[in-house]
Design a binder for this molecule. Structure first.
Ligand code: DAT
Ligand code: MG
Length: 140
């Protein structure tokens, strides 16, 4: 196993309900280290660009509107097998299908308002980290 970095977003439904600390604790308890973090309010254009791969999906408009509705916390998480580990800690997209103890099981409101984003592959992790952070902002 290799040390990896992955991009995480704590979504508007979670920042709005003051759950940032609880979500970060789940990452840290799983052995993931926060090596970069910032709170930002995405414009609809920025949220749309970040989720461009979903632009043909029926929920795209709703997703862009939601992601730009309130501030988010974007973070880079580092650790052994960080990409898969983060997906595990997040739980399934639909909280009704998420395993016990996962972030989405404990905090998500619905399939759309599901508290966290996490990169799904090495390629998307690289692209998504570069979308939000410069090399200087990554502090191992
Ligand atoms: P994930 O975030 O688990 O990687 P995804 O990449 O398939 O899931 O979709 C990106 C986001 O889009 C997801 O976190 C929430 C939203 N979404 C996905 N499917 C949806 C649906 N059927 N209805 C509403 N929102 C949806
Ligand atoms: Mg995804």
């Amino acid at each position: 196993m290799a040390t990896e970095r992955t991009l995480s977003i704590i979504k508007p439904d979670a920042t709005k309900r003051n759950l940032t600390g609880k979500v970060v604790s789940k990452f840290e308890d799983a052995g993931l280290r926060v090596v970069a973090s910032k709170r930002i309010h995405l414009s609809p254009a920025q949220a749309g660009a970040f989720y461009a791969e979903h632009s043909e999906r029926p929920f795209y408009g709703e997703l862009v509107e939601f992601m730009s509705s309130e501030p988010v916390v974007v973070q880079v998480l580092e650790g052994e097998n960080a990409i898969a580990k983060n997906r595990e800690v997040m739980g399934a997209t639909d909280p009704a299908e998420a395993a016990e103890g996962t972030i989405r099981k404990d905090f998500a409101l619905s399939k759309g308002e599901n508290s966290v984003h996490g990169s799904d592959s090495k390629e998307s992790a690289e692209r998504e980290i570069a979308f939000f952070f410069s090399g200087l902002e990554l502090v191992g």
